[in-house]
Design a protein. Structure first.
Ligand SMILES: [Cu+2]
Lengths: 263, 532
């Protein structure tokens, strides 16, 4: 009879292990990411996870105890209580206090997230079915970014690339340690631009502009996907962000602006 | 006096007035209609379930194998719509039809003809909805939340039929709810005050008000879609001065209370079953009712927590985040009350109890992830991922669905007059509870690792967990055939005969009538009412 209690405890215990160490290596917990915001998000996630695990251990622990000890087959007689004002007030008030304690850091990060002012550069991101368009508003530069996973790979005709479904022809190249403001919109239906490592997810709504920002702390390649159902190609709408040092970024900018030799 | 006794006696021995198919088409009997609701909803359960099986088969490996992307999107959409509107809502109406009159000592529902009508709309609406899959251009493929403009400008032609089906389903639910409310207010046994009503009846009273409040909003929303699609309006079209996000506000103003419409009756069911098998009164009965009311109220002011990524203003974000977090308080009270009810009880573990205890644990896990989702900063990383899929399936499958199993095992002896096969039922329970966790727990990891929801194909690092999920889903799906077998055997009278009381610890009026419950019950109102 106890199997499912044990199972749920096991799962909870498993969750602790996974989240702490083992699965971090396999990328199966929320990533800490490379921006201050993604780190705050991760921190909040872990805190709330531990709060839930704590409450879970207490509640499921008491249940397990009752299920083991207070069964008829052990000759246990039912007690007669069915209310207790003190206990009921306590278990209303304590969760309330926990929530207030949790709301404080959440609000702090939320306010930060919404502060898109004083950005070093702005990139306008437009969703299309099913690719992205990037427009560097401070530079005379814009381009499309199409998925580069081939139809043969999708149809299992050839071996799949390491970055299957997460590769594009043109990376969105950005500098590190700069506040990048994103302005999202869409050309057709609602899409959502999501790169977990940057801590950015925002809907791209046709006819409207939504905003988000990030500061990337480390150079590298960060991958994400469209996160709002947008039709048949929704699964094939990856995002690749390449963060470079300021110097490398500037070299890249110059390269991009130099007209390609048509010869 | 004599004539009065005779009519009462007469009524007790009366069966259905018509035989064969006409009995079911013309019936106004709450038990017949309840049975039809239950049968219909379980047919829908297996239709929606087989779609889930195809979805999981496609997701067993990266790459496209079984169905093309458009079909996949259609299957996820229809799976959601069928499970929500075709299964969970009607199955609870079926239980309400069967049990509310028996639990409050009423001879039938207050509006029996409307009851017949509200049922018979359902198969019509269901047929229209399912038929869209075979229409030119395919069926709805925009997710069960059908966000505009994907569901308006970019949707297949069949969407107009989908809109019509939603209108019909809404009418059916509204009529069913009116019936529940009128029955509860007017047909209770004379000595039963509202406060004396069983908790299941209480949850349905509140659910019925929620349905009446929000179904018209859904009807309005789909009508606006219809106008946008066919009559040149631009409610949801920015090019014409409209706003796609307005659609989401309207949808979730319906959609969030809807979430409680499909969980409150589950709360009621486990609140009936746990005291029975703990042989102890429900702990904190009054606080249960307050918590229910609080949850119902809060459900109207949290809708935008489904829209945290749409670019809400800061003040609105804060309001909806705090209001959402607040739901944890009354929900916590309910869980604590259930635990306190089993504490120092005299527990036995018949199948209804097993499903109810699993409900308490697994619904609570769904509640925990719900709490995590309420924090906007971390929601950035959860929103529209498999973390959310895991969250709401925990609430709906080992939540609502397990409560339905619990209810059916609990009341089946009353309906059929025969006990179900307990050994087989326990087997059904164990295999379900293990496979349900195998199916839905790894989804949380997938979401956290970055897998978006509603995709037919995924990056290679998600493969292992998707395979575990798929295997769990196949086992869970197959296990439900055992359930059908168990129920049919009991209906065919295979098990031992059930007593009127059925369970040692059962309380309430439904256990005072014989098993099986006669075609007409409480032609004379009961006089012995338990006071609270
Ligand atoms: Cu998209």
């Amino acid at each position: 009879m106890l199997g499912f209690k044990k199972l749920s405890l096991l799962l909870t215990a498993g969750l602790m292990n996974f989240s702490a160490t083992a699965f971090a290596a396999y990328g199966l917990n929320m990533p800490v990411g490379v921006s201050p915001l993604s780190a705050s998000m991760h921190h909040l996630h872990m805190t709330m996870l531990w709060v839930c695990i704590g409450i879970g251990i207490i509640v499921f622990g008491i249940m397990t105890y009752a299920i083991i000890k207070h069964r008829k087959s052990k000759g246990h007689q039912a007690a007669n209580f069915h209310e207790n004002t003190h206990v009921e007030i306590i278990w209303t008030v304590i969760p309330f206090i926990i929530l207030i304690v949790m709301a404080i850091p959440a609000t702090k990060t939320l306010i930060e997230m919404n502060d898109t002012k004083a950005a070093d550069l702005t990139i306008k991101v437009t969703g299309y079915r099913w690719y992205w368009h990037y427009d560097y508003l401070d530079e005379a530069l814009d381009f499309f970014s199409h998925p580069s996973t081939t139809q043969e790979e999708i149809n299992n005709l050839v071996a799949k690339d390491e970055h299957y479904n997460l590769a594009v022809d043109q990376h969105l190249v950005v500098p590190i340690n700069k506040k990048i403001r994103f302005a999202f919109t869409s050309n057709d239906v609602i899409h959502a631009w999501w790169v977990p490592q940057l801590g950015v997810k925002k809907d791209a709504v046709p006819g409207f502009i939504t905003e988000s920002w990030t500061i990337i702390k480390e150079p590298g390649i960060y991958r994400g996907q469209c996160a709002e159902l947008c039709g048949a190609g929704h699964a094939y709408m990856p995002i690749v962000v390449e963060a470079k040092t300021q110097a490398d970024y500037e070299t890249w900018l110059v390269e991009q602006k130099t007209p390609k030799n048509p010869s | 006096m004599t004539s009065h006794d005779m009519t009462a006696d007469d009524a007790h021995h009366h069966g259905p007035s018509k035989k064969g198919i006409l009995r079911w088409v013309t019936t106004t009997n709450h038990k017949d209609i309840g049975t039809m609701y239950l049968v219909f909803s379980f047919i829908m359960f297996f239709v929606g379930g087989s779609m889930a099986m195809v979805i999981r088969a496609e997701l067993f490996q990266p790459g496209m194998q079984i169905v093309p992307a458009e079909t996949f999107n259609m299957l996820t959409t229809m799976h959601g719509l069928i499970m929500v509107f075709g299964f969970i809502m009607p199955v609870f109406v079926g239980l309400a039809n069967w049990m509310i009159p028996l639990m409050i000592g009423a001879p039938d529902m207050a509006l029996p003809r409307m009851n017949n009508w509200s049922f018979w709309i359902l198969p019509v609406a269901g047929t229209i909805l399912i038929s869209t899959m075979f229409m030119q251009g395919g069926g709805p493929n925009f997710g069960w939340t059908f966000y505009a403009p994907l569901s308006t400008t970019f949707a297949p032609k069949s969407t107009d039929y989908f809109i019509f089906a939603i209108h019909l389903l809404g009418m059916s639910s509204i009529m069913g709810s009116i019936n529940v409310i009128v029955t509860i207010f007017n047909m209770r046994a004379p000595k039963m005050r509202l406060i004396d009503m069983p908790i299941f009846v209480w949850t349905w009273l509140i659910t019925a008000f929620l349905i009446i409040a929000v179904m018209p909003v859904l009807a309005g929303t789909v009508t606006m879609m219809l106008m946008d699609r066919n009559f040149g309006t631009s409610f949801f079209n920015a090019a014409g001065g409209g706003d796609p996000v307005l659609f989401q506000h309207l949808f979730w103003f319906f959609g969030h209370p809807e979430v409680y419409i499909i969980i409150l009756p589950a709360f009621g069911i486990v609140s009936e079953i746990i005291p029975t098998f703990a042989r102890k009164k429900l702990f904190g009965r009054m606080s249960m009712i307050y918590a229910l009311t609080a949850i119902a109220f809060l459900s109207f002011i949290v809708w935008a927590h489904h829209m945290f990524m749409t670019g809400l203003p800061l003040a609105a974000s804060m309001f909806f985040m705090y209001a959402t977090m607040l739901i944890a308080v009354p929900t916590g009270v309910k869980v604590f009350n259930w635990v306190a009810t089993i504490y120092r009880g005299c527990l036995t573990f018949e199948t209804p109890m097993l499903f109810s205890l699993a409900f308490v644990v697994l619904f609570t896990i769904g509640g925990f992830t719900g709490l995590m989702l309420s924090l906007i900063p971390s929601d950035v990383q959860y929103h529209d991922t498999y973390f959310v899929v895991g969250h709401f399936h925990y609430v709906l499958v080992p939540g609502s669905l397990f409560s339905v199993f619990a209810a059916i095992y609990y009341w089946l002896p009353k309906w059929t007059g025969h006990m179900y096969n307990e050994t087989l039922a326990k087997f059904h329970f164990w295999i379900s509870v293990i496979s349900v966790n195998l199916t839905f727990f790894p989804m949380h990891f997938l979401g956290l690792a970055g897998m978006p929801r509603r995709i037919p194909d995924y990056a290679l690092q998600f493969t292992d967990f998707n395979q575990i999920v798929s295997i769990g889903a196949f086992i869970f799906g197959a296990a439900q055939l055992i359930f059908v077998y168990i129920v049919i055997q009991a209906m065919r009278g295979k098990g031992p005969k059930a007593t009127a009381h059925v369970w040692e610890g059962s309380h309430g009026l439904e256990w005072t009538v014989p098993s099986p419950a006669p075609y007409h019950t409480f032609s004379e109102p009961p006089t012995q009412i338990e006071r609270h």
